[in-house]
Design a protein around this ligand. Structure first.
Ligand code: DQA
Length: 146
């Protein structure tokens, strides 16, 4: 059995669907989970799909993925712009990291234009709403070792 793709979402993404829907869309995070599961299944993979509002919890899951995962897809949300600790955790991985965002941060406020996660990500998918996650899972499946 091949290892799963860890799909991790950061703070406030539990409110997806009701949080600024004009920016983030009306799909819920559970809707996005279903999309990710289906896309991973097409590549013979499973996903471990988790969300937390807490930086340390996300770091614990990244550390878990170090031994249990085939790749990490991460939407770090606001922590992407602030968290050196999350970057340090991602730097411990020898599996691929794909960054994803629902919105296109490059088209928004200046402070969203860069993320710490981008320093370690193989690539980033952004701007396609829930489909950003699906595409990121597909990219992660392509990068993951058999
Ligand atoms: C986000 C973009 C971030 O700038 C923001 O802080 C989020 C969501 C996105 O998915 O578009 O919380 O990561």
């Amino acid at each position: 059995m091949s290892k799963p793709i860890y799909v991790l979402s950061g703070p406030n993404l539990n409110l997806l669907g009701v949080r600024e829907p004009e920016i983030y869309g009306r799909q819920t995070l559970d809707d996005v989970r279903v999309l990710c599961e289906a896309r991973a299944a097409a590549f013979g993979r499973q996903v471990v799909f988790r969300q937390s509002n807490h930086e340390g919890q996300l770091i614990d899951w990244v550390q878990e993925a170090r031994t249990e995962g085939a790749a990490v897809v991460i939407n770090p949300a606001g922590y992407g712009h602030t968290s050196v600790a999350l970057l340090d955790a991602l730097k411990t991985l020898s599996i691929p990291v794909v960054e994803c965002h629902l919105s296109n941060p490059a088209a928004r406020e200046d402070f969203r234009r860069s993320t710490y996660v981008s320093l370690v990500a193989a690539g980033m998918v952004s701007g396609f709403g829930g489909a950003s996650y699906e595409l990121a899972v597909e990219a992660a499946c392509g990068l993951a070792a058999a």
